[in-house]
Design a protein around this ligand. Structure first.
Ligand code: PLP
Length: 457
């Protein structure tokens, strides 16, 4: 099928409200025409004008198995022919869903019991917040409801998940955050450490700050702490040494649940199946989405630990049915897609590939960029990485925001055939290629990125 580019562009501009887009610039044409993405194969996509791009960001860190996997398309099609939909209310299920759930409980870190399904990372985080509230109501602790998240954490865009997100530009003009959500310091040593402070000392300080915050608020009012094992949209920042053990100690001390938001890190990106495995995190609730279906179908999950589930089951006698659910909770096509994707993740050992190719990728990023005069820090883990640009390396000063250095590098990369994301927080170029990326493809990604950085320098 040939796409009529002019016609589709016109229809799009007239009627699509695009997320995270400068609306006036798009409407006036200043941003150019919409990019009509038409096909994808492996780590590449092609637009309707025939231009091919390496997708160095796997869509939005989600197409982990790469594009064009016919096994998944066939699984989706088979399920759609057999049974396109049935709900999961009142104990209805499908074979694909039951098989998927058993598989996820066994794969997940910690002692997990059940999965509640949604359609997006945002709604799965909303569910997790409701589960914290429900759990504490059932335990007779109705005041223990506040949720602590981190500055620069990203947890979604709905009313509660958008409030958990710790970047003010996601709140401005949207009347967020809602009350009962508190933010604590970001786990970023490069920007947050005091002069001469080691990673370990910085982690201990962040844990002490969390401890003091919980005490100030009153431990009997704090229900949970939510965090990504590796800070994602806030700048692709692996935790500093000792961070997770210090934080978990504080949470245990105050009986505060830990929600691990594994929307990006789940299913292999760090080089381990889950970020929690990678960093020794023992969560009470886990949020999964993106990699669960590699974005071949919208599906998310809230994985509930035995500890939380036990209280829910015991409480049922007092409160009746668990009154939460979406029309599409546990959608059979999503479950079939997830099973087909997890078959690939396991058979092709994609966490292992993310570890081996990821090590190579991290080394190539550091060797190529770390010493450049406009680079402050190169960081990452597995197949996620970032280059942070600064005006002055020695004094650690940022570029004037108006210079849009990160965005200019990202544009220069795109012009050369590579998608690397200008992260929304600061001048940061982010990478999160599909987990099937090879070392040769890493070389391509790094050499295009280098040309782009040198053009802007
Ligand atoms: N949590 C994390 C860590 C994310 O990175 C994202 C999206 O990027 C979300 C939650 C929200 O997911 P969604 O966009 O599917 O609502």
């Amino acid at each position: 099928m040939t796409i009529n580019v002019a016609k589709i562009s016109k229809l799009d501009r007239a009627s699509v409200l695009h997320p995270f887009t400068q609306l006036a610039d798009f409407a006036s044409g200043k941003l150019g025409d919409p990019i009509i993405v038409e096909t994808g194969k492996g780590i590449r996509i092609q637009d309707a004008t025939g231009k091919e791009l390496i997708d160095g960001f796997a869509g939005l860190y989600c197409v982990n198995i790469g594009y064009g996997r016919t096994e998944v398309a066939e699984a989706i099609s088979r399920q759609a022919y057999r049974l396109a939909y049935y709900h999961t209310y009142a104990a209805h299920t499908t074979d694909e869903l039951a098989i998927l759930s058993d598989r996820l409980v066994r794969m997940a870190p910690g002692k997990m019991s059940k999965i509640f399904y949604g359609m997006s990372g945002s709604d799965a985080n909303e569910t997790n917040v409701k589960l914290v509230w429900y759990y504490n109501n059932l335990r007779g602790k109705p005041k223990k409801k506040k949720i602590i998240s981190r500055m620069r954490g990203y947890h979604g865009c709905s009313v509660v998940s958008g409030s958990l997100t710790g970047m003010s530009f996601y709140h401005d003009h949207m009347d967020l955050p809602v009350s009962g959500i508190i933010h604590t310091g970001a786990p970023h040593h490069y920007w947050g450490a005091e002069a001469g402070e080691s990673e370990l000392a910085f982690s201990a300080r962040r844990a002490t700050e969390l401890d003091e915050l919980i005490q100030r608020e009153g431990a009997d009012t704090v229900g949970a702490f939510i965090a990504e094992p590796v800070l994602g949209t806030g700048g692709i920042t692996p935790p500093p040494e000792g961070y997770w053990s210090a934080i978990q100690e504080v949470l245990k001390k105050h009986d505060v649940l830990l929600i691990a938001d594994e929307v990006i890190t789940g299913f292999g990106r760090t080089g381990s199946m889950f970020g929690c495995h990678h960093y020794g995190i023992e969560p009470d609730l886990i949020t999964i989405a993106k990699g669960l279906t590699s974005a071949y179908f919208p599906l998310s999950g809230s994985i509930v630990s035995e500890k939380v589930y036990q209280v829910m089951e015991e409480g049922a006698a007092k409160v009746g049915a668990f009154s939460h659910g979406y029309t599409y909770s546990g959608h059979p096509i999503g479950a079939a897609a997830a099973n087909a994707v997890l078959d690939i993740v396991e058979k092709e050992n994609l966490p292992g590939n993310a570890r081996v190719v990821g090590d190579y990728f991290q080394k190539r990023l550091s060797a190529t960029f770390a010493q450049l005069p406009i680079v402050g820090e190169v960081r990452g883990v597995g197949l996620m990485g970032a280059i942070e640009f600064v005006a002055d390396r020695d004094r650690k000063t940022r570029f004037d925001a108006g210079l849009k250095v990160g965005a200019r590098v990202s544009k220069a990369a795109r012009d050369r055939g590579l998608i690397a994301r200008a992260m929304p927080h600061g001048d940061i170029l982010g990478f999160a290629p599909p987990l099937v990326t090879t070392k040769e493809e890493v070389d391509e990604i790094v050499s295009i990125a280098e040309a782009a950085v040198r053009e802007v320098m």
